[in-house]
Design a protein around this ligand. Structure first.
Ligand code: SF4
Ligand code: SF4
Length: 380
């Protein structure tokens, strides 16, 4: 039996196993792909925190792959995309089928179970560009050769495929913040969740014969802190918070502003139909034929809005708040103008927790320091 639920990312109703049960505020992330340097600090921060035990050696709840050739596990997205067939959009409405609607006869969800070896090459395709370069070729302004980094975690989906697939009802979505968890006592390791998750973000631990996944650092979130992958990000590309559904969006909420107001951050493969809650600012140098399939029809608007960020001081201010505090920012405001102004973040009680200049000050020091009678090698 299925229920009709509304998927705002597809702008249409769709079939799902359970009735719509949206949390009031959903745990969500924004990743700015333009700033990621693939240093993998997030990967290691997560691994140190949660998957350093026996039987977890191959597990990366957070991974960073290079598109178009990077995959963890091997071919995770192209294999499902191929099975899904044509993925048509009419304007912003998805007219193709989701993984729930295109399940083969006798199954509930379109999926596949990766082989053990598919998990063994998390760095495959790293830093490889989309096509070979001819001898003596050089990069041109049109970026005919490109690659981009794609950091990935569990999306804590609004309609999780893992949850729908579990015959033991061991997976649940917390009503207070939408975090998706696997009850280790109920799990029997059937791996139906691994087969169903189109992002391949549940992983099987043979040692315990149970499946595991990202837990959204819930002990930190419950004390008002952002997740480990966010607070340790070297590139300051990440922001974690709690967002509302589009009809309840609040412009002063950082996540709502980026996703629903500025529409600069987009879901990953929305056509899968799970309504994922990690939102990406798409890479602006990659042809939209590629990024449109990856992030949906909002790509052109998102790229244009990002390029024009200096016209929107709230957008620029918010981008400066990424990685500026380990606390969850509930609301924000901009004081002053882009030059000389500040972006200020507040916690859920309205107390100020962070304040950053919107434009970083540039200080030029004299090459010869008269007071100290020394030359400086770095003067900026
Ligand atoms: S820590 Fe940040 S910059 Fe480094 S790989 Fe992870 S997301 Fe990218
Ligand atoms: S990304 Fe996969 S594991 Fe995470 S909630 Fe969605 S379906 Fe489940």
């Amino acid at each position: 039996m299925t229920h009709e639920v509304f998927n705002w990312q597809l702008k249409r109703p769709m079939d799902y196993k359970y009735p719509e049960a949206r949390p009031r505020r959903q745990a969500a992330w924004i990743f700015d792909t333009n700033k990621c340097i693939a240093c993998q600090t997030c990967t290691i921060a997560c691994k140190n925190a949660w998957t350093s035990g026996k039987g977890q050696e191959y597990m990366f709840w957070n991974n960073v792959e290079t598109k178009p050739w990077g995959f963890y596990p091997l071919g995770w997205d192209v294999r499902t995309l191929e099975k899904l067939g044509a993925q048509a959009w009419q304007g912003e409405r998805y007219t193709g089928k989701t993984i729930f609607e295109s399940a083969p006869f006798g199954e509930e969800i379109l999926g596949f179970l990766p082989d053990k070896e598919d998990w063994a090459h998390p760095n495959i395709g790293e830093d490889e560009i989309n096509a070979p370069l001819d001898e003596k070729a050089h990069y041109d302004a049109q970026h005919s050769r490109w690659m981009h980094y794609l950091p990935r975690i569990c999306n804590h989906c609004t309609y999780p495929a893992c949850l729908a697939a579990c015959p033991r009802k061991a997976i649940y979505k917390r009503p207070e913040d939408g975090i998706v968890l696997i009850d280790q006592d109920r799990c029997r390791g059937y791996q139906e969740c691994v087969r169903a998750c189109p992002y391949k973000k549940t992983m099987y631990r043979a040692l315990t014969a149970k499946s595991e996944k990202c837990i959204s650092c819930y002990p930190a979130v419950e004390t008002g802190c952002q997740t480990q992958c966010v607070v340790n990000c070297i590139g300051r590309i990440r922001l974690f918070g709690l967002k509302h559904a589009p009809d309840q969006a609040q412009a002063e909420n950082p996540l709502d502003y980026l996703v629903h107001v500025a529409k600069v951050a987009l879901p990953l493969y929305p056509q899968f139909g799970t309504e994922p809650n990690v939102y990406y600012i798409p890479p602006i140098h990659v042809p939209t034929a590629f990024t449109r399939q990856m992030f949906g029809p909002g790509v052109q608007h998102a790229v244009a809005a990002y390029r024009r960020a200096l016209d929107d001081k709230r957008l620029v201010g918010l981008l400066m708040l990424f990685g500026a505090t380990d606390r969850i920012i509930t609301t924000f405001k901009v004081e002053g103008e882009i030059n000389g102004g500040y972006c200020v973040g507040f916690d859920e009680h309205g107390a100020e927790i962070v304040r950053v200049p919107i434009t970083e000050p540039t200080i030029i020091r004299e090459r010869f320091d008269q007071a100290r009678q020394v030359y400086r090698h770095s003067v900026t």
